[in-house]
Design a protein around this ligand. Structure first.
Ligand code: PEP
Length: 263
């Protein structure tokens, strides 16, 4: 496997929280907090995933104040344009300088009945428009009981990567559904085990170089108090953070995990 140093990514999924005015206040405060703490942006990448209605405002702020956060959307359409009321095209997200788009989050899979076929089509749509898909996979507590931790996420990732070119830029997020918003995170060992298996899937479906450079995140009840344990694991390259990404001090402590990890 080729040697690469993967830049850790701490990604904040705001879900349906913070309107565009609240988003401005939040991003400014987070930026100042990280600046005051002397955070070095060349060592950890920060990305925020606001609701669609905030994207233009946040993009303008990042641009005007030269705030080095990546911008991401929480979803996109499988289609590029046309009669799809309420849908958002990847083309529009690219025009807003969004770099990332979350695809296959368990809340989309559960509440919007998005199956593996829709997730795979959305991955293709993202790549068509130069966006980096953050492909979310994870097992429910039922799946965990029946099949163990890795079987479902591994199968979901295989399906999502169908037809993806080996040189594509993707991010994978292992998010056990039972850990999302529950306060009960996986252990670092469990996260490492599944993240390593997901990296093997990238190697098998794409190739060894893709596996070496692709960032695999853990998500599910990540907090300042547990991030260090995850980041010590060799196959965990960052975190997708929900609830804790809405609290400036907590999120900035997560971003500054190197203080606790000693790496
Ligand atoms: C998420 O929704 O992607 C998530 C990980 O949420 P939380 O951090 O709140 O568990």
């Amino acid at each position: 496997m080729a040697m690469t140093t993967r830049m850790p990514l701490i990604a904040g999924n705001w879900k349906m929280n913070l309107d565009h005015l609240q988003a401005v206040a939040f991003v400014q405060k987070l930026h100042w907090t990280l600046k005051d703490a002397g955070h070095d942006h060349s060592t950890v990448e920060v990305a925020v995933f606001p609701p669609f209605t905030d994207l233009r405002t946040v993009q303008t702020l990042l641009d005007a104040d030269k705030i080095p956060f990546g911008l991401g959307a929480q979803d996109l359409s499988t289609h590029d344009s046309g009669a799809y009321t309420g849908e958002i095209s990847g083309a529009f997200l690219s025009k807003l300088d969004a770099r990332y788009v979350i695809i296959g989050h368990s809340e989309r899979r559960e509440y919007h009945a998005e199956g593996d076929d829709v997730v795979a089509a959305k991955v293709q749509a993202a790549l068509r428009h130069g966006l980096v898909p953050v492909i979310c996979v994870g097992e429910t507590s039922d799946d965990l009981e029946k099949f163990g931790a890795s079987a479902v996420p591994v199968a979901q990732l295989r399906a999502a990567l169908e037809g993806v070119a080996a040189d594509a830029d993707i991010v994978v997020a292992y998010e056990p559904v039972w850990a999302i918003g529950s306060g009960q995170a996986a252990t670092p060992d469990q996260a490492q085990d599944v993240c390593a298996k997901l990296r093997d899937v990238v190697a098998e479906v794409l190739d060894a170089d893709a596996a070496a450079r692709t960032r695999v995140l853990y998500g599910g009840s990540v907090k300042a108090a547990n991030i260090a344990g995850f980041m010590r694991e060799p196959d965990v390259d960052g975190a997708l953070v929900g609830g804790a990404s809405l609290l400036v001090d907590e999120f900035s402590s997560i971003i500054r995990f190197q203080k606790h990890v000693g790496v």
